[in-house]
Design a protein around this ligand. Structure first.
Ligand code: SF4
Length: 401
């Protein structure tokens, strides 16, 4: 690849056999991948079934989530929903439940919507990159990955791994994720996969980035394409790609309320105006303007106006991160009156926000399976720790008596 570089821009202008012998490169990479491909569940499933659904689901789950976290959810999801038609029948709640813990739930809402759309139109799977891109939640990367694997279409994928490998091979020393370079990497990858098996070549470059050409300390001695690599020749691996400017972190402080009435727990359904986790079922949480230090009182700010039949207990603080948000949560146990009928719609008016929220009551024993996000599950953990500690204390006090 010939490169024109000046202080403002860098253009990959043409494929050049001087810098990269594309045929040899492709052959080296393919031979290595044939021997070293990891037996990941979606690869095994695709080879066994040739069902695009197993590829589609994996590509959506692998967006933003590491392989290790995806594997168990992927397997249970496919047992539950072996086809897009079966997934289309799931309620929104069931769809969220099936992927809980993976985060970034909008992508699964889109997968659900796309499944409903295809089922309603009595359509089969899309057959090309362009058709895949028409579905909700499918962008260039996902359409390329699915179309190249399932239909052998010559469309190259560009993700963080691919960017790193290309930057090093060509010793580009640029911020690889900038749109200018992304576009040119796609041209390069399209060229690379234009012969042979596009799906395997795409996966081979990504596999190389995940296992050999890793962000720190690439294993160049094991690399099947080291002969083609300019960074290795120039010992400039650490300079490729250039680091992105750090994303500004936003600190958020939340107060969470774990409302318990006997054997029932009060949860809310977050609506479209919610800042985080739209559409999920979870604990009522409010942004707090209070300082981040632990409160001296065990009572939340709203208690002065709270009803007398409601008791509060501060639980341990915890932290959570969602995209660029660094979240600190102060959970409280709110013990509602046992004698009140829990089937009634229960509302709390919090003095700080002037909000009225509708509580949905659910069996306490089902809380674990109802909560989808780790933001809520961490609050539940604190509630469980508190409840098991107080139970132990009660038992030991009784023993002393
Ligand atoms: S030789 Fe090293 S830097 Fe170059 S592609 Fe291979 S692992 Fe990456």
């Amino acid at each position: 690849v010939a490169l024109e570089q000046n202080s403002h821009s860098c253009h990959i202008v043409a494929m050049s056999s001087e810098t990269l012998n594309i045929n040899k490169f492709r052959a080296n990479l393919t031979a290595w991948y044939a021997k070293n491909e990891r037996p990941l569940p979606w690869r095994l499933m695709w080879k066994k079934t040739k069902d695009p659904w197993v590829v589609w689901v994996s590509e959506i789950m692998l967006q933003q989530t590491v392989i290790k976290a995806v594997i168990p959810v992927y397997e249970s999801f496919l047992r539950r929903y072996p086809s897009f038609q079966s997934f289309a029948k799931a309620t929104n709640e069931e769809a969220r439940q099936a992927v809980r813990g993976l985060g970034y739930y909008r992508r699964f809402d889109m997968l659900h919507r796309a499944s409903i759309q295809l089922t309603a139109a009595k359509r089969k799977f899309p057959g090309s990159f362009d058709e895949w891109k028409e579905l909700p939640g499918i962008g260039d990367y996902t359409a390329s990955a699915i179309a190249s694997i399932t239909a052998g279409e010559s469309c190259g994928v560009v993700d963080g791994n691919v960017e790193r490998v290309l930057c090093r091979l060509l010793d580009l020393r640029v911020i690889a994720s900038e749109p200018l370079y992304k576009k040119q990497f796609r041209v390069l990858m399209n060229e690379l996969v234009s012969s042979g098996h596009p799906g395997e070549l795409n996966q081979a470059v990504m596999e190389l980035g995940q296992t050999i050409c890793t962000p720190t300390s690439p294993s160049c001695t094991l690399c099947p394409v080291s002969k083609h690599c300019k960074s290795k020749k120039n010992s400039s691996q650490a300079l490729n790609p250039m680091a992105k400017p750090k994303q500004q972190v936003i600190d958020v402080s939340l107060t969470a309320y774990c409302i318990v009435a006997g054997d029932q727990i009060g949860l809310i359904r977050r609506d479209e105006n919610s800042r985080f986790l739209k559409g999920t079922l979870g604990f009522p949480m409010f942004e707090s303007t209070l300082p981040l230090a632990a409160p001296k009182t065990k009572r939340p700010p709203s208690q002065s106006k709270a009803k007398k039949d409601v008791g509060y207990q501060a639980l341990s603080e915890y932290r959570h991160a969602i995209t660029k948000h660094r979240i600190r949560v102060r959970p409280f146990l709110v013990e509602a009156d046992h004698s009140k009928p829990v089937t009634l719609k229960f509302t709390l008016k919090f003095a700080t926000s002037q909000k009225t929220i509708a509580i949905e009551w659910h069996p306490l024993s089902k809380t674990e399976e109802l909560l989808v996000s780790n933001l809520d599950r961490k609050a539940l953990k604190q509630l469980n720790i508190y409840q098991s500690t107080t139970k132990k204390q009660t038992i030991s006090n009784q023993t002393r008596l």
